[in-house]
Design a protein around this ligand. Sequence first.
Ligand SMILES: [Zn+2]
Length: 148
Amino acid sequence: MQLTDHFHLSEFTASETAERRGIDNTPSAEIIEALRRTAQGLERIRTLLGRPIHVTSGYRCLELNRAVGSKDTSQHLLGEAADFICPQYGTPRVVAERIAKKLVSLGVDQLILEFASKGGGWVHVSFSSKPRHATLTIDASGTRAGIV
Ligand SMILES: [Zn+2]
């Protein structure tokens, strides 16, 4: 199912962990509607960056979310969040710094730069009906406010 011009539902449900463990990560109709809003947000980010976005994790059912060590309160459970990289634009840090300047116009709820040391990591972004326009950095040394 195509969600928007550049994003397909399968990009948000694919998971190596789910496959390996035989977890059924099929979203409900309600979750699919949330994923469509997330994809629309990612379209705005794609336009800002001018490069394709590669979603590494989108929707996660409770079993999958626990399997990857995430909290039960994660917006991934609701279809409101996506982790992604955009290597053609830059490192996750460069991408997050660019998005951080446009949180309001992009309608971003929460932007998190995750585990971006040593050239790895990803950008987590969420969208909700009441966006908080918040930024966080999470890595081995903990969680800090802002993209730092
Ligand atoms: Zn995430």
